[in-house]
Structure formats: structure tokens, C-alpha cells
Ligand binder design. Structure first.
Ligand code: F1P
Length: 337
């Protein structure tokens, strides 16, 4: 089972990723906007990374699907502003990423950087700088440790850019905390092995919204379950009407959202929904299942600690339903147009 092995070895790879990014020197030229881009999982990673980057550096950061950059360039790129486009792709060969980078090649207001698990690809060739995590070579179609590691690389990059020693110190603790989280997934079986649960919804705000989106993609790819994600309080504005006894809602909670989250959890439970809350121990929220994360890190730097839970949830569900998690229906490792 490649997917299982790739999920369970992600912490070892995080240590290598840390060493790679810490040793690398980056172009420090200031730009107006840092624009993160990718497709599928790599786009959801871009959302989390952009929000993390802006919060940590104080510089404007956005996330855009790679296809939008060549289909609607003027919607996202202003000639009067300078950009660093950070293109994210496990394979480094996904069509839209290559088309977007070629489309923008030569623009004097654009610098580029690639983040990839293969530093020897067309994407790496046409970008100014590359973070290459060559040690990660997933066999599964589904991206798991590549997602965790490329996100971690970009968090380290943001911390280095900000020159904030405290943030780097926090990020150095991540591999050990992820290793502990990977041992803690058994408790999810009370929902993943419950055939009466048919609908899964992930809620995450800020950078966690990128994780919520990626969590639904894992479940879709591995189990072909229809599932949705929202920013926590957006769920109240219509989507909550679908909650019933078959619905599981997984809430990524943070310090800023915890009071609102507790009220939301109660309202979902009143409608019959089963709620899993994932957040730091200090938050002490009440739900049907509370997964307590460590208190060693602040919310922004705890992103990676959440990833094992949603990857394991999708994997357990796939096994329970008799699917092969390595081979999602209708999908290949690299999408070519
Ligand atoms: C992006 C992606 C994945 C998806 C599948 C097809 O790949 O869309 O998100 O799971 O593997 O490709 P990449 O650009 O990161 O290689």
C-alpha cells in the first residue's frame, strides 16, 4: 500500500525538508505581491502557503490556480506591480503550470520560484529558483507526504524571509509533533468504519481553509465520496441545511475561532451531525470527538500537525469501503491537457 507508507513516513521526510530549506539561500529582492500557484492538491497547498506567508512576513500574498494565470492574466497580474510567482507541483510537469510559466516568461515585473519533488523537470528549468525535495518520490497517485513537505518547505521559506528566529524555532519542532500525530489516527475509526456516515464536511479558516479543501480532495480521490469544505462560519450561511444523522463535520479550530466554533458545533449536533474538532489542547472544545494537538506551537505553525488526521481518515475510509487508495478512479499521477 504505497499511500499508507507515504502517509506514515512523512515525518522523516519533514526532517530532510527542514535541512534542505535551512541550507538554501534565496533571492531576497522585495516584490509587491507573492503569488502562489498550482493545480489540485498543489493549488490547495498554495492557499495555505499564501495565507501563512502573508501572516508571517507582512507582505501581500495571493493564491491562484495555475490555469487562471494564462486564461485570465489581467485578472491577477497588474503591469504596474512586481511579483514573485511561486509555482508548486509534485511532478513539475503538470500542463497548466508549464503553460502558465511559459505564458509569463520574460515579463520584467515577474520573478519565479518552483517548489517540487522533482528538481529535474520543465518547471524547474524555467523558474529562477527551485526548492527541490528530490527525496520524495511518491508512487501513489494521491499526494500525501508531498503535500505535507512542500507546505513545510514554504513555511520555512516564509520564516527565513521574515528573519524571525522564534518562528523558525517553532517550525523545527514540527517533524516530532507530526510523528506523534501519525500514531494517533486509530480513534478516527469510529467514523471511518461506520457505514451510516455518508457525508463528510471539513471546516477551516485562514490558512486552515487550504487544509480543509485538501482534506476533501483526499476523501474524494481515495473513496469517491462527495464532500465539501467551507470557511468555518460560512457553513452557517446555507450549507448547514444539509446536516443530518449521516453527516460528519470536521472542524479545524484555532484560538481566534474557538468561541464561534463551539456554538457552531452545538448547532450541528442539534441537527444530528457528528462533529470532530481538531485543535490545540488548550482550546478544550466539546464535540463528539476532540483531537487535541500539542500546545507547543501556535496555530499558524501547527498546520502540519493536522495533516496526518485527514490523510489517515481518507485512507481508513477507503480500506473500509474496499477501494484501492493508491489508484483513484478517473485520475492519473500527472494531468496533461
Ligand atoms: C497536481 C495534481 C494532483 C492530483 C493528481 C494529478 O499534481 O492535480 O493534485 O492528486 O495527482 O495532479 P502536481 O502538479 O503537483 O504534480
Amino acid at each position: 500500500m504505497h499511500t499508507y507508507n507515504e502517509i506514515m513516513t512523512q515525518a522523516d521526510k519533514l526532517e530532510k525538508t527542514n535541512a534542505i530549506v535551512q541550507a538554501q539561500e534565496f533571492n531576497e529582492d522585495a516584490v509587491d505581491i507573492t503569488l502562489f500557484t498550482g493545480c489540485g492538491t498543489s493549488f490547495y497547498l498554495a492557499i495555505a502557503a499564501a495565507r501563512y506567508y502573508q501572516a508571517v512576513t507582512g507582505d501581500l500574498a495571493l493564491a491562484v490556480p495555475a490555469s487562471e494565470l494564462f486564461l485570465h492574466e489581467s485578472t491577477y497580474i497588474l503591469p504596474s506591480k512586481s511579483y514573485r510567482i511561486i509555482s508548486i507541483s509534485r511532478s513539475g510537469t503538470t500542463s497548466e503550470i508549464i503553460i502558465a510559466l511559459k505564458h509569463l516568461e520574460g515579463a520584467t515585473n515577474i520573478k519565479t520560484m518552483a517548489v517540487t519533488c522533482n528538481g529535474n523537470t520543465p518547471m524547474a528549468e524555467i523558474t529562477d529558483e527551485v526548492i527541490a525535495l528530490n527525496d520524495i518520490s511518491e508512487k501513489s497517485v494521491v499526494m500525501t507526504q508531498s503535500f505535507a513537505n512542500m507546505l513545510y518547505a514554504l513555511q520555512l521559506y516564509a520564516a527565513k524571509t521574515s528573519k524571525c528566529v522564534e518562528i523558525l524555532e517553532q517550525l523545527n519542532k514540527v517533524p516530532a509533533l507530526v510523528r506523534a500525530a501519525l500514531e494517533n489516527g486509530e480513534q478516527l475509526k469510529q467514523v471511518t468504519e461506520d457505514a451510516t456516515k455518508t457525508r463528510f464536511i471539513y471546516l477551516g479558516s485562514g490558512a486552515y481553509n487550504g487544509l480543509a479543501k485538501e482534506a476533501t480532495l483526499k476523501l474524494k480521490e481515495m473513496t469517491q465520496t462527495e464532500c465539501e469544505s467551507y470557511s468555518n462560519l460560512e457553513f452557517r450561511h446555507g450549507p448547514i441545511s444539509i446536516v443530518d444523522k449521516e453527516t460528519v463535520v470536521i472542524v479545524f479550530t484555532q484560538n481566534e475561532t474557538k468561541e464561534y466554533d463551539q456554538a457552531l458545533v452545538k448547532d450541528i449536533q442539534k441537527l444530528g451531525g457528528f462533529v470532530i474538532v481538531i485543535g490545540a489542547a488548550e482550546e478544550q472544545l466539546q464535540a463528539d470527538l476532540v483531537i487535541r494537538l500539542s500546545e507547543e506551537l501556535d496555530d499558524a505553525n501547527r498546520l502540519n500537525e493536522v495533516i496526518p488526521y485527514f490523510q489517515i481518515l481518507a485512507y481508513q475510509r477507503a480500506v473500509f469501503k474496499g477501494f484501492d487508495p493508491d489508484k483513484p478512479r478517473n485520475l492519473t499521477q500527472v494531468v496533461s491537457l
